[in-house]
Design a protein. Structure first.
Length: 178
C-alpha cells in the first residue's frame, strides 16, 4: 500500500509560485507572529512571500523546492540552495554545501512526521549532489525547531543576523556533515 504523502520537486510555474507564496506566508505567520511585532511581521511577509518573488526563486538554477502533499493537498515544503556559503569560515577550504533555507509545515501537520520526511528528502538531495554538509539558519528562540534539527545530527557552527522587518534577530547556523 502506498503512502498518501508525496514529496516532489516543484515545477517552475506561476501556479507553483502562488502555492509557495500562500503556504510560506501562512506557515511563517503561524510560527512566529505571536513572538514578534505585527508591523515587523507584516513587512517581512510582504517582502518575502510575493508570488513574483517566489517565481524568481523557483527559477534560480541552484534552488530546489520540495513540495510535500498529503492526498494532493500541499501541506509543507523545503527550499534548498546548492553551493551555499552559509557558515563557511573565511580562509578555510570551502566545502560543497546544501542549505535548507526553509522547511515549513502547516500548523495542523506539525508533529506528524511530515517535517522529518522533508528533512530526510533534503539530506538525500544533498547526498545526490555530492555535498559534504547540510547547513541552515534557525532563530535562536525557536526551541522546537532547534530540538528537531538536533535530532537529525545538526550542530552549532556559528550565527548570523536575520532581519524581520526592522527587528535584527540572531539566527544560529547549524551544520550536519555527510
Amino acid at each position: 500500500m502506498s503512502s498518501p504523502l508525496t514529496i516532489t520537486v516543484a515545477k517552475r510555474t506561476a501556479e507553483a509560485a502562488a502555492q509557495l507564496a500562500s503556504l510560506g506566508r501562512q506557515t511563517f505567520h503561524d510560527t512566529f507572529a505571536a513572538a514578534n511585532d505585527p508591523a515587523d511581521m507584516a513587512s517581512y511577509l510582504d517582502a518575502t512571500f510575493s508570488q513574483e518573488l517566489q517565481l524568481a526563486e523557483l527559477n534560480e538554477p541552484d534552488t530546489v523546492f520540495l513540495l510535500a502533499r498529503m492526498q494532493q493537498q500541499l501541506v509543507g515544503y523545503a527550499k534548498l540552495r546548492l553551493h551555499s556559503t552559509l557558515g563557511q569560515v573565511e580562509g578555510k577550504v570551502p566545502e560543497e554545501r546544501l542549505e535548507i533555507e526553509r522547511l515549513y509545515v502547516l500548523e495542523d501537520w506539525t508533529g506528524t512526521g511530515l517535517g522529518a520526511a522533508l528533512m530526510r528528502r533534503a539530506i538525500e538531495e544533498a547526498r545526490e549532489q555530492k555535498c559534504r554538509a547540510v547547513v541552515l539558519g534557525v532563530w535562536e528562540k525557536n526551541d522546537r525547531a532547534l530540538e528537531f534539527y538536533r535530532r537529525f545530527g545538526f550542530k552549532a557552527a556559528g550565527q548570523h543576523e536575520f532581519l524581520l522587518g526592522n527587528d535584527v534577530q540572531n539566527d544560529l547556523i547549524l551544520r550536519k556533515g555527510l
